[in-house]
Design a binder for this molecule. Structure first.
Ligand code: AMP
Length: 408
């Protein structure tokens, strides 16, 4: 994806081009779309990943596309940062990216005269990038009004905590409207950071960009909350949306693998099963067909999680989450081989949440969650070509118990 493909203003695109930003970095790719959609974001990302532009680009666009009249001291976007240097630097990035947008940016920090700062605020500002001290001074003097803030960004939140700004963060909430979009960035994750984040964000999209992430960097992986009985409709939907892509689908047991193959067949999707119950020679043939793209959908147990090196697998679907967290990493590693990019998506039912937690503990990161709006969820169920699904659902429920002990 290039910046020219994004739904952002031409003025921003033109400037990104001038800055030599052609393609989004990882964090930008994962965050910008969600921010443009109005969602809260909680991201773990270090400096150097392009995280400033990840929040600056979409917030500048949103402000530009809904310009309001300036009122004295009122701002629409507050970026809270722990140090003056950061305030200066981030305000600079905003100014640079927003150069042709008319969005006015102001770096607000202590150590400089207040009068000039008050004059600037009086003239009208859209974005304030502030350190807590001077910000509170000006609020208490009635010179800075945060009651119309649409976008709150907390950057370097872990450093804020280290520097003792935890109370300032909770205090500033009193001056902000309840209805707002909040973007939370931290370089590291800890219990404290999580609880701080959850106090300020709502249903946030979680993103982690980590150098130590054992899942290879060129693989984007995320989780979708899907109920057990609905998983095949989501798989159907996905495969039909990307019919040309090569997909490996991992399920928990042999029985489930066979059942998914049948379910796909009912809706016109050709796939092949692979598991430990199939003769080795046949397995080689199945893999050869998959390698040659004669079959594009391979449905398998963890028997195929390791060792398979097929360079062109574009998607891994964890239809069921693996019991062993290590297998999560192996499964994801089936895509994004070499320099190729890959995508792994996991369907997580309510019952599988503990498995997800285990995986996150193992990989040391919170996996990005796709929260599907209810209307979209229903649409996917309605769109299935599987006319049998109502009664089939009951049958599946009955069978569910009987196959849980099956091995792969
Ligand atoms: P940051 O992590 O925000 O401190 O950004 C690190 C560096 O990456 C800065 O020098 C940015 O100018 C640069 N940068 C950010 N996004 C991009 C991009 N999409 N393409 C090229 N350089 C970028």
């Amino acid at each position: 994806m290039k910046f020219s493909d994004y739904k952002i203003s031409d003025e921003i695109k033109q400037q990104l081009d001038a800055l030599g930003f052609r393609r989004p970095t990882d964090i930008q790719f994962k965050a910008i779309g969600h921010i443009l959609d109005g969602e809260d974001v909680m991201a773990i990302a270090q400096t150097g990943t392009g995280k400033t532009a990840a929040f600056a680009i979409p917030t500048i666009h949103l402000i530009q596309s809904k310009k309001t009249k300036y009122t004295k001291g009122t701002v629409r976007c507050l970026v809270m940062v722990p140090t003056r240097e950061l305030a200066k630097q981030i305000a600079g990035v905003y100014r640079e990216i927003g150069k042709y947008t008319g969005v006015k940016v102001f770096g607000l920090f202590g150590g400089v005269e207040q009068d000039q700062q008050i004059a600037t605020l009086n003239n009208g500002v859209d974005v304030v990038v502030a350190t807590p001290g001077r910000m509170f001074d000006l609020i208490s003097q009635g010179e800075l009004d945060l009651s119309k803030v649409d976008y709150l960004i907390l950057d370097e939140a872990d450093l804020m905590l280290d520097l003792g700004f935890a109370k300032d963060i909770s205090d500033v909430m009193r001056f902000l409207p309840q209805r707002r979009q909040t973007l939370f960035f931290s370089a590291t994750i800890s219990k404290k950071i999580k609880s701080l984040a959850y106090n300020v964000v709502r249903n946030a999209i979680r993103i982690q960009i980590s150098a130590h992430n054992p899942v290879a960097k060129n693989i984007t992986h995320s989780v979708m909350n899907v109920e057990m009985d609905d998983k095949r409709f989501f798989l159907e939907n996905m495969i039909k949306e990307y019919p040309e892509k090569k997909v490996i689908v991992f399920a928990r047991t042999k029985v489930r693998v066979s059942r998914i193959v049948e379910a796909m067949k009912r809706v016109g999707i050709e796939s092949e099963a692979m598991h430990g119950g199939i003769e080795q020679r046949d397995r080689f043939e199945i893999l050869d067909r998959f390698r040659a793209s004669e079959n594009k959908v391979l449905i398998t147990t963890d028997v195929a999680a390791r060792g398979i090196d097929i360079s062109s697998v574009e998607y891994v679907v964890n239809y069921d989450l693996p019991e062993d967290p290590e297998n999560y990493v192996h499964r994801c590693g089936r895509t994004g081989r070499g320099k190729n990019k890959g995508q792994a998506i996991s369907f997580c039912s309510e019952d599988e949440k503990p498995l997800l937690e285990e995986i996150e503990k193992y990989t040391g990161e919170d996996i990005e969650q796709f929260d599907i709006p209810l209307s979209e969820y229903r649409e996917i169920l309605n769109e299935t070509e599987d006319g049998s699904h109502n009664w089939q659902r009951l049958l599946d429920k009955d069978n569910e118990e009987s196959d849980t002990q099956e091995e792969w």
